[in-house]
Design a protein around this ligand. Structure first.
Ligand code: NDP
Length: 355
């Protein structure tokens, strides 16, 4: 069994940035990247809003650069999924065991909590893979997809899950946004600055988004809405050329340049249930979570200057978290990277405070 000062779980911008900082602090971090290292940015093409790349950079290239930078300073990268953790006592225990007949990826992202709990029993009966004095959770979130035919095939080639990132590529184009929540409204408004036509597709006959966002969308001259409509398929060649929808029972094919899927996110945190505090949607609560729970946690740990101590710490001392699995609000590569930096500095200072 390996022992580590700091273990980082994840392989997106939060995880790699935490690794760069922890490694440069001589904490020799061990980073579990999973078998498909790189996170959500591996699915994007051009990234134009990450500072430092005025010409833009491809998502996979950015992630490879971050990984190389983390390794350069001594991060040990393991391409395994963490399948169970025990944060109930120190040092913290971490397993990568995959019981026979299980697929780690599926177990961690799509299994129900009850299914996972059963398998966890089997995993923790084995010897832990590594123990750690501090852990940084950066497992991220995944966009909920529609399950429409062709949707994954065209992801990054006309299908997007982030209008804030990709709207500028749709100047004077025809686009569709799916969803009825605030994300869909925000994506639609982001697209109005570039696209010539935006149609919101929603499965019901009313939005659930906040009234003010709904009004902005419904009153915008470039925006149309298709109610009671579901996307069935995405078609194209190199890029998307059309979508097939079912509107009030009638199937039709609509030409388009882009489809923005904005039906919510799912934090990848099944692993941490019952180990640290999660909110009702599964997001990790830290002392800097932008939510009531975060504010409550922060208010209990002020120092004498009224500063929040170790803002990236979770409900368990020594367990820190950063990135999209914490962030209900922004979910950008740069915000995740910033939080990863903060988590590593917090972990370093917390470990020092014990010495
Ligand atoms: P939400 O869960 O709020 O909304 C998801 C929307 O997608 C719902 O309208 C839902 O339909 C629809 N949907 C879900 N699954 C499917 C599916 N399989 N097929 C078709 N449609 C589907 O997620 P958001 O990401 O919009 O928001 C998450 C949180 O973040 C919210 O609390 C929101 O307020 C907040 N947020 C706030 C913003 C702001 O204040 N500016 C901006 C962005 C997010 P149905 O309505 O039928 O359930």
């Amino acid at each position: 069994m390996q022992t580590a000062r700091v273990v980082i779980i994840g392989s997106g911008p939060a995880a790699y940035t935490a690794a760069i900082y922890a490694a440069r602090a001589k904490l020799a971090p061990v980073l579990f990247a999973g078998q498909k290292a790189g996170g959500q940015l591996m699915w994007t093409t051009e990234i134009e809003n990450f500072p430092g790349f005025p010409e833009g950079i491809k998502g996979p290239d950015l992630m490879m650069n971050m990984m190389a930078q983390a390794q350069k300073f001594g991060t040990e990268i393991k391409y395994d999924y963490v399948t169970a953790v025990d944060f109930s006592q120190k040092p913290f225990k971490i397993w990568t065991t995959i019981p026979k007949g299980q697929v780690a990826d599926t177990l961690l992202t799509t299994a129900s909590q009850a299914e996972y709990a059963k398998v966890r029993e089997e995993i923790i009966a084995t010897e832990p893979t590594v123990t750690a004095d501090a852990v940084i959770i950066a497992t991220g979130a995944s966009s909920i997809m529609l399950g429409a035919k062709g949707e994954m095939e065209f992801l990054g080639r006309g299908v997007s899950t982030c209008a804030v990132c990709d709207a500028a590529f749709y100047k004077d184009k025809v686009t569709y946004v799916v969803g009825g929540g605030d994300s869909a409204m925000e994506d639609t408004l982001a697209l109005t600055k570039f696209a010539k036509e935006i149609t919101v597709i929603h499965r019901r006959d009313s939005f659930k988004a906040s009234k003010i966002m709904q009004e902005r969308v419904l009153n915008h001259p470039k925006v149309k809405v298709m109610w009671n409509t579901a996307v069935k398929a995405v078609k194209g060649d190199k890029f998307v050329t059309s979508i097939v929808v079912n509107e009030n029972g009638a199937e039709k094919e609509l030409p388009t340049d882009g489809l923005f899927v904005a039906v919510g996110h799912r934090p990848v945190t099944t692993l941490f249930k019952d180990q640290i505090q999660l909110d009702d949607h599964g997001y990790v609560v830290t002392r800097q979570s932008a939510s009531k729970l975060g504010v409550e946690a922060a208010s209990k740990v002020m120092d004498e200057k009224n500063h929040v101590m170790f803002p990236t710490m979770t409900s368990v001392e020594g367990i820190f978290a950063a990135g999209d699995g914490v962030d209900v609000r922004f979910k950008q590569a740069i915000t995740a990277a910033g939080q990863g930096c903060a988590a590593a500095i917090d972990a370093e200072r917390w470990l020092e405070s014990l010495a």
